[in-house]
Ligand binder design. Structure first.
Ligand code: MN3
Length: 198
């Protein structure tokens, strides 16, 4: 069974003015779709056909002959997770256990946002900023290109795509402004809570 491009969990214009419909349509309909098509082409008629996306990612993570497949499969997963890290009317203040965890780990929500923003802005070139669970603790990380927490023994809780295609149409070179808008207006804290209990 081939992999399929998942639908966006909201309409393409739902995240405006922070992410335009034009950006989301290109990002989901072209970039994400291409990663899905490439993953299908590279697994077709191989022993990895029929495996889950997570299985394909873990099986290829340390195989230098499968870098192309790893990059595409991990990008499929990362993008689906990114769409689900956001919601219209997001941002704001988390509640419940995740709020206590954030405060206990980073001191305050503002400190967490500063640390996440720093990771996002200092990722040189393409990549991702993450909030992850590692050995029972919250941690802010960044990864390059398609790299993804699951191959580093971490559970992803939240991510922001900092490849230029994620923000260039709306923010040009102003990555810090995009990340600030993501944190202030788009983060779905309920999705973080769900990821934590998965
Ligand atoms: Mn992207």
């Amino acid at each position: 069974m081939a992999f399929e491009l998942p639908s966006l969990p909201y309409l393409p214009n739902a995240l405006e003015p922070y992410i335009s419909a034009r950006t989301l349509e290109f990002h989901h309909g072209k970039h994400h779709a291409t990663y899905v098509a490439n993953t299908n082409a590279l697994t077709k008629d191989t022993p990895l056909a029929g495996k889950s996306l997570e299985e394909v990612i873990k099986a290829t993570a340390n195989d230098t002959e499968k870098t192309g497949l790893f990059n595409n499969a991990a990008q499929v997963w990362n993008h689906t997770f990114f769409w689900n890290s956001m919601k219209p009317g997001g941002g704001g203040v988390p509640t419940g256990d995740i709020a206590s965890w954030i405060n206990g780990t980073f001191g305050s929500l503002d400190n967490f946002k500063e640390e996440f923003k720093k990771a996002a802005v200092t990722q040189f070139g393409s990549g991702w900023a993450w909030l992850v669970l590692e050995n029972g603790s919250l941690k802010v990380t960044k990864t390059a290109n398609a790299d993804t927490p699951m191959v580093h023994g971490q559970k992803a809780l939240l991510t922001c795509d900092v490849w230029e295609h994620a923000y260039y149409l709306d923010y040009q070179n102003r990555r810090p402004d995009f990340v600030q808008a993501f944190l202030d207006h788009l983060v779905d804290w309920d999705a973080v809570t769900r990821a934590l209990s998965n």
